[in-house]
Design a protein around this ligand. Structure first.
Ligand code: SF4
Ligand code: SF4
Length: 169
């Protein structure tokens, strides 16, 4: 079991953003966030809590409700969320915390503050139609395994980068 959650959260009222909660609730999965009763069942179920006390779905939900946008979006926890659904299966309120994490990620993308690695993946999709470009190493490996060669640019589907990463500028 994770250790008891005794860390206190400092709320800097001047930094609260009341639009943050509305944005989360507009995304699929974020609709039920307000029925959270802060029981902590999600956090005690979350495997990431074993890695760091900062990786905490209950606190993330609480901070999101309060409008602590900077603190939520600057914490890598939502991006590390394994989508294992342990929290969602046990949440007594049907908040669906794993989906709330996805809604928060969508807001981060809209705000242009997604991690650089995520931006890079989108750029690769846009440029090559793949999450990573096909390089010489991959080509050689495929040849050694008698696998058919891959086109450098898959272009399986068109990616609208602006739609995926609504950057501020
Ligand atoms: S289990 Fe559900 S109700 Fe309890 S703190 Fe987590 S999200 Fe909120
Ligand atoms: S879905 Fe994400 S937040 Fe929920 S328990 Fe799994 S890792 Fe934790």
């Amino acid at each position: 079991m994770p250790e008891a959650d005794t860390e206190q959260t400092v709320v800097e009222t001047e930094k609260l953003d009341s639009s943050f909660l509305r944005k989360i609730m507009k995304h699929p999965g974020g609709e039920k966030i307000l029925v959270c009763l802060q029981c902590g069942v999600c956090s005690s179920s979350c495997p990431l809590r074993l890695v760091s006390p900062e990786y905490n779905p209950r606190k993330t939900v609480k901070k999101a409700i309060l409008g602590m946008k900077d603190q939520v979006l600057s914490n890598e926890f939502v991006w590390f969320c394994a989508d294992c659904n342990a929290c969602t299966e046990r949440c007594p309120q049907g908040v669906n915390p794993s989906e709330v994490m996805k809604a928060i990620k969508n807001v981060a993308v809209e705000e242009g503050v997604a991690p650089e690695a995520v931006k890079k993946i989108v750029a690769n999709l846009e440029e090559h139609g793949r999450v990573y470009p096909i390089e010489e190493f991959t080509k050689d490996e495929r040849e050694m395994q008698d696998l058919p060669s891959l086109e450098p640019d898959a272009k399986v589907f068109k990616i609208n980068k602006k739609k995926l990463l609504r950057e501020k500028n």
